[in-house]
Design a binder for this molecule. Structure first.
Ligand code: F6R
Length: 592
């Protein structure tokens, strides 16, 4: 979904700093990269490909200047090519722009601009922005005014960083529906799509809201609305450290983040008192509706089983991208719970806007200060720390922990709360299965199709296991309710299609075991997850991953997802795929 950076430094060259900052945003896009610096002229280097390859090809000495902007791209309009990489410029190379978002009316604006003589050199929607600004500046407007006028013309979403040779020493940022933060160092100023980009330079940040503009001039930061009125904004101290955003000896961020999961859950558990306060504040509600995408949707599915069993409350789960078509009859007695790691997912933010008009809204979010946290009526922070790998792992278990805390505190269920607090120990047991899973991955790396099955609380776990496999191994995986196989997909099962069965002890155990036998008798190879003393599974499965004998199925989604994450991770590595940067995907999906 693209990441943007800008900086004005006091006495350092900007190009190496821009490269280092934008590297931290690589999870937002990695099909192209570009930098523009400004001193007596604007100089640009950009290319298709990843930042490390780009770094080898360019000479940073050819990018002089203490200020500049940079970009990593996840293509939406136009193929990932050098021409389409950002920054984009006007006709005279005097204005440079980096953009995250989508300009919906770019075709109309482009033909208007072409009719008046502007020459375009890319297929992107972004390129209309420097040309629009150029046309307003040609009428005598300042850069700031020209940007303001341009924002009135463009429809869509944007976080922009812009500089012009005609107003040297200034970088202007502006946002609508795409994130943008301002980092404040010692006489150094930054713009970035996300906090990790600036952690090496400052722990002070301002979170811009929609339709706000920031002017960095090397001495100060000025924030205005799009009518030009100055706004005063809070400066936040960021409690994420630079070290948290490094690999710390692991081969990939994903593996590091899988191993960080017990700590992530400990951090989420520390939110208990905040959630207790929130529970007191929430108005009465008699219906719950979870809304989310992807992995966060799977956390929501666990939420549904939990709210229905603990609170006996009708609970819907709706994919955020479907919410505008079917929002489950919201009213003032509905609590809408939006789950999002990034707090910036466009589909989820759109749903939040709709829900806010009718119902009480609560966002469960990892990224502090993100749009969802500012727009929802109530917020729970998952506190998992920065997650860099594109595939969500530690933030998923932290989301689950937040949902458990909320449901158990609402239901006054102290017994389960005690077991929840032991969760990091159960998770350590799952992590000990790593070597066994590495070997299983070697045996299954050339498979083309997998099924993942589970019932009740294990159904979302099966879906999450399949999603992890798909996104980082490019192998087809399908998560299915175990009892549903016989209604169709059983026709696909044979000795080429392994089935991963999630069978914790509990209510659903025996039926899932029968479903496992059904597929085994159709020659499927079985990889089963269960309590390590479960003789029934041990005698039937081809591969058995056993741990945590006493965890009940209600709390099983947290420790049981870990072997599935590890399985996907090691198959990805066996297939020579970079699990941190799967093709076609980006960490934060800021387009609908
Ligand atoms: C999968 C994954 C995605 C996200 C989805 C929602 O590993 O990371 O499916 O879960 O894009 O993102 P958030 O939670 O940021 O709203």
């Amino acid at each position: 979904m693209c990441g943007i950076v800008g900086c004005i430094l006091k006495d350092k060259e900007s190009a190496p700093v821009l490269l280092e900052c934008v590297k931290k945003l690589e999870y937002r896009g990695y099909d192209s990269v570009g930098i523009a610096t400004s001193d007596k002229e604007i100089r640009i280097k950009k290319d298709q490909g990843k930042i490390d390859d780009f770094r080898k090809k360019i000479d940073l000495n050819e990018l002089p200047g203490k200020m500049g902007i940079a970009h990593v791209r996840w293509a939406t309009h136009g193929l990932p090519t050098k021409e389409n990489a950002h920054p984009h410029t006007d006709c005279n190379n005097r204005i440079a722009v980096v953009h995250n978002g989508i300009i919906e009316n770019f075709k109309d604006l482009r033909s208007e601009l072409e009719d008046s003589g502007h020459k375009f050199s890319s297929d992107t929607d972004t390129e209309i922005i420097p040309h629009l600004i150029e046309s307003y500046m040609a009428e005598g407007k300042s850069l700031e005014e020209a940007i303001r006028f341009a924002t009135r013309k463009i429809k869509g979403s944007y976080a922009l960083a812009i500089m012009s040779l005609d107003e040297p020493g200034i970088i202007i940022g502006v946002r609508k529906e795409s994130p943008l933060i301002v980092g404040i160092g010692e006489d150094e100023y930054f713009l970035a799509s996300d906090v990790p980009a600036v952690l090496n330079h400052t722990d002070k940040a301002i979170y811009l809201d929609n339709r706000e503009m920031v002017i960095l001039d090397g001495n100060k930061v000025t924030i205005k609305d799009l009518d030009g009125e100055i706004i005063s904004k809070k400066i936040h101290t960021i409690d994420w450290t630079e070290d948290m955003a490094k690999k710390q000896g692991y081969n990939h961020f994903m593996l590091k983040e899988i191993h960080e999961q017990p700590d992530a859950v400990k951090n989420t558990l520390r939110e208990e008192s905040e959630i207790r306060e929130l529970v007191k504040k929430l108005p009465n509600f008699n219906k719950v509706c979870f809304v989310a995408c992807g992995t966060s949707y799977h956390a929501s599915l666990v939420g549904k089983y939990l709210f229905e069993s603990i609170l006996e409350m009708p609970t819907d789960v709706i994919l955020a991208s479907e919410f505008e078509y079917s929002s489950g009859g919201l009213d003032e007695n509905t609590l809408v719970i939006l789950i999002s790691q990034s707090g910036e997912t466009a589909d989820t933010l759109k749903a939040l806007k709709i829900a806010n008009k009718k119902s009480e809204t609560l966002a469960i979010v990892n990224v502090i200060g993100s749009s969802a946290t500012r727009e929802a009526k109530h917020v729970i922070y998952t506190r998992a720390g920065p997650e860099i790998g594109v595939a969500a792992t530690k933030t998923y278990v932290s989301q689950l922990t937040s949902i458990y805390l909320l449901a158990l505190l609402l239901g006054g269920n102290e017994d389960h709360l005690k077991t929840l607090k032991k969760m990091p120990d159960y998770m350590e047991q799952s992590l000990k299965k790593e070597d066994q899973i590495k070997e299983i991955a070697k045996r299954y790396k050339n498979t083309w199709d997998f099924f993942f099955i589970g019932r009740g609380f294990s159904f979302p776990t099966a879906m999450e296991g399949a999603l992890k496999l798909k996104e980082i191994t490019y192998i087809h995986g399908e998560g299915y309710a175990a009892g549903e196989l016989k209604h169709g997909p059983l026709a696909l099962i044979d000795d080429d299609v392994p089935v991963v069965a999630v069978i914790p002890p509990g209510h659903s155990h025996d039926k899932t075991l029968s479903n496992m036998e059904e597929v085994k008798s159709r020659k499927a190879r079985i990889i089963a997850l269960g309590a390590d003393n479960d003789e029934d599974i041990i005698s039937e499965a081809h591969e058995f991953i056993g741990f945590a004998p006493d965890i009940d199925e209600m709390l099983s989604p947290i420790p049981y997802v870990i072997p599935l994450q590890l399985l996907a991770y090691y198959i990805s590595v066996e297939r020579n795929i970079d699990p941190d940067k799967p093709k076609n995907l980006a960490k934060c999906v800021t387009v609908e």
